[in-house]
Design a protein. Structure first.
Length: 135
């Protein structure tokens, strides 16, 4: 088995595509529409779907916002320099919600940004990514 994608519901598909491609540097891999059930999909990622996990952005026609509940935490991205990535994201209009710095109780450098629908995205410095932060 392998992880294929994570689906998140968005209130404006083009706005979300723009964020994930222009702010986070992903590529738009494919889109589709289902007119019978009134939804549109866009798949974004850094690699082709056959090579790694991607994000499925789902827009249910006419739904502009969602309650995220309290179970979902965040998506995580490995980056070479968290502080520089925060600066770049901020400079292109992205929202940084936690500046670069060590995780509480540790030394791993992280930061958080937020997408247009309020989903949190953790940035983890690559040399430390995947070390089981447990938060």
């Amino acid at each position: 088995m392998r992880l294929l994608h994570t689906m998140i519901r968005v209130g404006n598909l083009q706005r979300s595509i723009d964020f994930y491609t222009q702010v986070l540097g992903m590529r738009l891999l494919r889109t589709s529409e289902n007119t019978e059930y009134k939804y549109s999909l866009a798949f974004v990622g850094y690699t082709e779907e056959t090579e790694g996990a991607v994000i499925e952005l789902t827009y249910n026609w006419g739904v502009e916002s969602y309650d995220h509940g309290n179970a979902f935490g965040h998506l995580a991205l490995g980056v070479d320099d968290v502080a520089a990535t925060c600066d770049r994201i901020r400079n292109v209009g992205g929202k940084v919600t936690r500046e670069a710095g060590p995780v509480k109780g540790g030394t791993t450098i992280i930061a958080f940004v937020e997408d247009p629908d309020g989903y949190k995205i953790e940035l983890i410095e690559n040399k430390q990514a995947g070390q089981g932060l447990g938060h």
